[in-house]
Design a protein around this ligand. Structure first.
Ligand SMILES: [Zn+2]
Ligand SMILES: [Zn+2]
Length: 251
């Protein structure tokens, strides 16, 4: 099967490799299209983002690679736009919409940073109630299309990153299901594809992609579309396990 991977990162944000190293690796892997995206700038947490100063350099490097490798692969330049982005996404080939933060007025916390940190946030900010955190999380996720105008919806259930085997909370709990359901119902209306994102597998956090199977089935049932993506932050993880997870989608 010939694949495309539209969600990868380079050293212009928090990735390890240069865009050219990513493109060369994608050619090696026989991909039809490689899309490299920058994390949008968020002024309250700039550490993982493309800086305002390097955004133009990123776009022009991507343009150079697009021309240089035009005969071998299609190269696309995108942005992963968080609902809390400081600036609108402009001048990119496409937008991946995402939500990475718990947010209360001016206080924010990462959803997907580290397990200890995550547990701490749930304890301190949600009184240890994971379902309250899930309600908050999916309210934010529901805003992805409205706030980011994306071409692709990123890692729909990122909140399950550290919850392998339901070790922290039960994703069949009625409150979790209700919160997730309302985000699915809101997002499927737009007919924008959801990712099947293998990034947390390649980084050793999970054994299944986002979204987990129960959520994927619901999105599918309600007419949602999907595409495979790796969220690779290093060239070796481009198109990670795509062959295997293409089957996850069923026919
Ligand atoms: Zn992301
Ligand atoms: Zn990403």
């Amino acid at each position: 099967m010939i694949f495309s991977d539209l969600h990868t990162h380079s050293c212009f944000c928090d990735g390890k490799n240069t865009p050219e190293e990513m493109v060369l690796s994608a050619i090696d892997k026989g991909l039809k299209t490689i899309g490299i995206v920058a994390h949008c700038f968020t002024d309250f947490e700039p550490s993982y983002c493309v800086s305002r100063e390097s955004e133009e350099a990123f776009k022009s490097e991507m343009k150079r690679l697009k021309d240089k490798y035009a005969e071998k692969i299609e190269v696309k330049c995108g942005i992963e736009q968080d609902i809390r982005a400081t600036y609108p996404a402009e001048g990119y080939d496409y937008v991946i919409g995402s939500s990475h933060f718990f947010w209360f007025n001016k206080e924010w916390y990462h959803v997907d940073y580290k397990k200890d940190y995550f547990i701490d946030v749930i304890n301190k900010k949600f009184g240890g109630d994971y379902y309250s955190a899930a309600e908050h999380y999916y309210e934010n996720v529901s805003l992805i299309v409205e706030k980011t105008h994306p071409d692709i919806i990123a890692h729909f259930d990122l909140i399950t990153k550290f919850n392998e085997g339901n070790n922290l909370f039960d994703t069949s709990h009625p409150r979790y299901v209700r919160a997730q359901d309302s985000a699915i119902n809101e997002l499927v209306r737009y007919n924008i594809p959801f990712e099947i994102n293998t990034g947390a597998i390649s980084r050793g956090y999970r054994t299944e992609p986002y979204p987990e199977k129960s959520a994927l089935d619901k999105i599918k049932e309600r007419g949602g579309k999907f595409l495979l993506s790796s969220d690779a932050h290093a060239k070796e993880n481009i198109a990670f396990e795509f062959d295997k997870w293409a089957k996850y989608l069923g026919d």
